[in-house]
Design a protein around this ligand. Structure first.
Ligand SMILES: Nc1ncnc2c1ncn2[C@@H]1O[C@H](COP(=O)(O)OP(=O)(O)OP(=O)(O)O)[C@@H](O)[C@H]1O
Length: 606
C-alpha cells in the first residue's frame, strides 16, 4: 500500500524533503525546550537568580520563534502534499474510469463509484495532509524524547517504559479490527449514497408510484446499517484511547513518586526532574497522539485499498493491434480514406449475466460502403446489442466484425469510434450550452458549421427561441427540452460529426409527423455516401432503405427490400400488416393474434 502511495508522492520529492527537514527541526526544537525547563528550574529558581531566570526565558523565547517558523513550513508543505497527491489520485481515477467498458458501470452502481472519487480520496487527503505528518512528528518526538529521557535518568526511564508493551500490543490488535471495520463502514456509506442517488435521479417515477415511504424506509435501513458498523469502530477506538490514557498516566504517577523521593534525598536536582517530567509528558503525549491517529491511518488504508481496486480494474475492451495478424493490416488509417464497408462473420454474443442465451446468434452479414440498412424485429431481438458490438462496447464471444477488411478488435477503440456517429434512442445532453452540446462530436467545428448542422436537423428555429439562443444552458440545471427537440439536437450533433458510418437508433421516434418529415429529409441528405444502420420499430420510416435485416431472438432471419420481404418473410409481413394494416398474401389474415404478437404490436408501435 505504501509503495502504491509513494508512486503518487514521488514526483514531489523536493517538497517532501523540505517538509521532512522542517519536521525534524521542529521536533528537535520542541525537545530542546526541556533543557529550557531545566535551566529555568536550576539556574533561576533553585539558584534564586533573576538573571538566570531571564537568560533561561530568553533561550526559551528564541527556541519558540524558531519552532513557529519551522511549524509554518512543515504545515504548509505537508498540507500541500496531501492536497496535491489527492488531486492526482482523483484525476488518475477518473481517467481510468473513462476507459472502462460500459458493462463495468452496469455491474457497479454509479453512486458507489462516485463515493470512491470523493469520500475515499478525501479520507486519504486528511491522512496524507495532516494525520500522517502528525503521526510522524509524534513518532519522532517519541523516539527523541525517549532518548533524552534515558540520557537524563535511566532508572526513571525504565519505570516509564514498563507500560510500553501494554500499550503497543492492544494498539496493533485494535488497529487491525478498526481497519476491517472502517472498510466495512465505508462500503456501507457508499451503498447508502448509491441508494439515494438512484431514487433521487428517478424521483418522478418514485412519486408517480407514491413509493416515497418505501424508498425512505429502505434508505433508513441502509443508513442505520452504516451507523451500526460505524458504532462498532468508534467503540474500539474509544476503548483504545481510554486504555492508553490510564496506562500512561499511571506510569507518570509512579515515576513522579520515585523521582520526587530522589529530589528530596538530594540524589537529583529539581531541574533534572523537571526536564525528565517534560520529556516523559512529551513521550506520553506523542504516544497517545499516535494511537489516536493510528485508527485514522487504518481507515485511510481501507480507503486506499478501495481506490486501488478500482484503478486495478482492467478495461475489458482493449486493442489487439500489436498481436500478429494473418492477413490483415493493422496499420492505422485516417477516417477520410475509409469506405465504410462492414462485415459480420459468424458473430455470436451473449451477455455475461445470461451466458446460455445468445443475444446475437451466428450473424453473418455484409454491408457495402454507403449502403443503408435497417434492423427490424421484435423487442429484444438483439438490434441494440449489434450497435454495442459495432462500437466495441462489448466484444463478440465468437466470430469477427471488420470494417474495410480490418478486424475491429485490432483497432484502437478510440480510432474505431471516430468512424461513427450515433443518434441514440434517448438523446443525451450535457450541462453546458447548446453550442458545446452540438460540438460534442467535433469540438473544432466553426460557428457557421454548427448553425448549418442545426438548420439541417430542423433545430435552428427552436434553438433561436430559447432564452439565450445557442448560449442557452442545457442539461441538468438548464433549459428543459421536449423529447423531439432533444432528438433534433442529437441529429444535429451527428450531422456535425460528419461520420463515415452512421448509427441511428430510433432517431425520429420522438418527433411529431411534421418534424419527422423534415428531419427525415435531413437524415436522407446525411445518409448519402455513408454506411448507415437504422434501428426502427416503425417500418414506415425504413421502407425506402436499401435493405432491411429482420432479427428474431438474436438471429438474422430474413434480409431484403421492403417489397421482397413482404412476400418472403413471414415475420416481416406480419409486422408490416400490423403496422400498415395492409393485407399480405403470405399471411393468413384470419390468424388470431397470439399474445406474443400483441406484445409485438405494442412494441412495434412505440
Ligand atoms: N446489459 C444486458 N445484460 C443482459 N442482457 C441484456 C442486456 N442488454 C440486453 N440484454 C438482453 O439481450 C437481448 C437483446 O437485447 P437488445 O437490447 O439488443 O434488443 P433490441 O432488439 O434492441 O430490443 P428493443 O427493440 O426493445 O430495443 C434481450 O433479450 C435483452 O434482454
Amino acid at each position: 500500500m505504501l509503495s502504491w502511495l509513494w508512486s503518487f508522492v514521488k514526483p514531489y520529492r523536493t517538497r517532501l524533503v523540505i517538509a521532512a527537514i522542517a519536521l525534524l527541526a521542529t521536533t528537535a526544537l520542541t525537545l530542546s525546550l526541556g533543557q529550557g525547563v531545566r535551566l529555568m528550574l536550576d539556574q533561576g529558581f533553585a539558584a534564586q537568580s533573576l538573571d538566570g531566570l531571564a537568560d533561561a526565558l530568553l533561550m526559551f523565547g528564541v527556541i519558540v520563534v524558531a519552532l513557529s517558523i519551522g511549524a509554518y513550513f512543515r504545515f504548509y508543505m505537508v498540507s500541500w502534499l496531501g492536497e496535491r497527491v489527492v488531486a492526482d489520485i482523483r484525476k488518475r481515477l477518473y481517467q481510468h474510469l473513462l476507459k472502462l467498458s460500459p458493462s463495468f458501470f452496469e455491474d457497479n452502481l454509479s453512486g458507489e463509484i462516485q463515493s470512491r472519487i470523493t469520500t475515499d480520496t478525501t479520507l486519504l487527503q486528511t491522512v496524507i495532509g495532516s494525520s500522517f505528518s502528525f503521526a510522524l512528528r509524534n513518532s519522532l518526538t517519541f523516539i527523541g524524547g525517549l532518548g533524552l529521557m534515558f540520557y537524563s535518568n535511566v532508572k526513571l526511564s525504565l519505570i516509564v517504559l514498563l507500560v510500553v508493551p501494554f500499550i503497543v500490543f492492544p494498539l496493533i490488535f485494535f488497529g487491525r479490527k478498526v481497519k476491517k471495520l472502517s472498510r466495512e463502514s465505508q462500503d456501507k456509506v457508499a451503498s447508502v449514497g448509491a441508494w439515494a442517488g438512484e431514487s433521487l435521479q428517478n424521483i418522478k417515477v418514485v412519486q408517480a408510484f407514491t413509493r416515497e415511504d418505501l424508498v425512505s424506509q429502505q434508505f433508513s435501513v441502509a443508513a442505520e446499517g452504516a451507523f451500526s458498523v460505524a458504532l462498532k469502530r468508534i467503540r474500539q477506538r474509544a476503548l483504545l484511547i481510554a486504555l492508553v490514557m490510564v496506562l500512561v498516566m499511571g506510569s507518570i504517577a509512579g515515576m513522579l513518586y520515585v523521582g520526587g523521593s530522589d529530589v528530596l534525598s538530594g540524589q537529583l536536582s529539581a531541574g533534572e526532574l523537571g526536564a525528565f517530567v517534560f520529556y516523559a509528558i512529551m513521550v506520553a503525549a506523542s504516544l497517545a497522539a499516535v494511537t489516536e491517529v493510528y485508527g485514522e491511518v487504518q481507515r485511510a488504508a481501507g480507503a486506499a485499498e478501495r481506490i486501488r481496486e478500482l484503478l486495478d480494474t482492467e478495461p475489458e475492451i482493449v486493442s489487439r493491434a500489436d498481436e500478429p495478424t494473418a492477413s490483415q493490416s493493422s496499420k492505422s488509417e485516417s477516417s477520410d480514406n475509409l469506405a465504410g464497408e462492414v462485415v459480420f462473420d459468424q458473430v455470436s454474443f451473449s451477455y455475461p449475466s445470461r451466458p446460455a442465451q445468445n443475444a446475437i446468434d451466428q450473424l453473418s452479414l455484409s454491408v457495402k460502403s454507403g449502403e443503408r440498412i435497417a434492423l427490424v424485429g421484435p423487442s429484444g431481438a438483439g438490434k441494440s446489442t449489434l450497435f454495442d458490438l459495432l462500437l466495441r462496447f462489448r466484444d463478440p464471444k465468437f466470430g469477427q466484425i471488420s470494417i474495410d477488411g480490418r478486424a475491429i478488435d485490432r483497432l484502437d477503440p478510440k480510432e474505431l469510434r471516430s468512424y461513427f456517429a450515433l443518434v441514440p434512442q434517448q438523446p443525451v445532453l450535457f450541462s453546458t450550452s447548446v453550442w458545446e452540446n452540438l460540438r460534442y462530436g467535433r469540438p473544432d467545428a466553426t460557428e457557421a458549421e454548427v448553425i448549418e448542422a442545426a438548420k439541417a436537423a430542423h433545430a435552428h428555429e427552436f434553438i433561436m427561441q430559447l432564452p439565450d439562443g445557442y448560449q442557452s444552458f442545457l442539461g441538468e440545471q438548464g433549459v428543459k427540452l421536449s423529447g423531439g427537440q432533444k432528438q433534433r439536437l442529437a441529429i444535429a450533433r451527428a450531422i456535425l460529426r460528419d461520420p463515415k458510418i452512421l448509427l441511428l437508433d430510433e432517431a425520429t421516434s420522438a418527433l411529431d409527423a411534421q418534424s419527422e418529415y423534415l428531419v427525415q429529409q435531413a437524415l436522407d441528405e446525411l445518409m448519402k455516401n455513408r454506411t448507415t444502420f437504422i434501428i426502427a420499430h416503425r417500418l414506415a420510416t425504413v421502407a425506402h432503405v436499401d435493405r432491411i435485416a429482420v432479427f428474431d431472438h438474436g438471429k438474422l432471419v430474413d434480409i431484403g427490400t421492403h417489397q421482397q420481404l413482404l412476400s418472403s418473410s413471414p415475420l416481416y409481413a406480419r409486422l408490416a400488416e400490423l403496422q400498415f394494416n395492409q393485407s399480405v398474401p403470405s399471411v393468413d389474415s384470419d390468424q388470431v393474434l397470439s399474445e406474443s404478437l400483441q406484445d409485438e404490436v405494442i412494441e412495434a408501435s412505440r
